[in-house]
Design a protein. Structure first.
Length: 237
């Protein structure tokens, strides 16, 4: 009854009320979803903060000819990463983190490993995702991206992905030359502070943009807006 009345009012005003399947109408077909990445002719992927290879596997499906270099400092995650991806001839994994200075430190290894960070987890993160709150310290090695890049075959064009739980600025500060070479930079970030000492501001890129000084253009393209599920490395959408 209410729907019929609303329809009559809208028709009287010159409008038409119609049900629309928004997924069919507005979402790209599955095979076209990442066409914009394929069109960039990416030949090299630097996967910084690889965890157990979730991004590496997905980007390989999108860019099967690209070389992938993954960086993951946590031993158990690194071993799972290698097990998952080592059959690929153009894949190589490194068992250290990237930062602004070469050093050794301790990492907060969360029981939900994708939430692990060199930085201590803030209270907001623990309240929002209580299943991530328990952690143990694990000793890791940190190297600078620019120091490491000299030993890699970085065929253009380059995609760099950063998923380092609040440590983005340190990775960028340790790899300005390499990052300036990137055709595409994908950064997981937050609009709220989730780790003590992380880089968050009102800037849509949460403070990362100013660190990229020499880059000629920036755009914000939401890639993954999901929420992690307990006991899984995948996200709900």
């Amino acid at each position: 009854m209410m729907k019929r009345a609303a329809k009559k009012i809208l028709e009287a005003m010159g409008f038409e009320l119609r049900r629309v399947n928004y997924k069919y109408k507005f979402e790209p077909k599955k095979e076209d979803k990442f066409k914009w990445i394929r069109d960039l002719d990416i030949r090299t992927v630097l996967d910084v903060g690889a965890n157990t290879g979730q991004f590496a596997a997905e980007i390989h499906a999108i860019l099967p000819e690209a070389a992938i270099y993954s960086f993951e400092p946590l031993r158990e995650c690194y071993d799972l990463l290698v097990e998952r991806m080592s059959q690929l001839p153009k894949f190589q994994a490194f068992d250290f983190a990237l930062g602004s200075e070469a050093s050794e430190t301790e990492m907060h290894r969360s029981e939900f490993t994708p939430s692990s960070s060199i930085l201590r987890m803030d209270s907001l993160h623990k309240r929002a995702f209580p299943f991530t709150s328990k952690d143990v310290l694990e000793k890791i090695v940190i190297k600078r991206l620019d120091d490491v890049a000299g030993d890699l075959e970085l065929a253009e064009n380059i995609l760099i992905k950063l998923d380092v739980q609040g440590f983005e600025d340190k990775v960028i500060l340790g790899g300005p030359k390499t990052i300036q070479m990137a055709k595409l930079l994908i950064v997981e970030t937050s609009f709220e502070s989730l780790y003590v000492g992380d880089l968050v501001s009102t800037n849509p890129l949460c403070g990362v943009g100013p660190l990229l000084g020499g880059a000629t253009a920036f755009s914000l393209n939401p890639y993954d807006c999901g929420v992690p599920r307990p006991g899984s490395s995948h996200r709900d959408y």
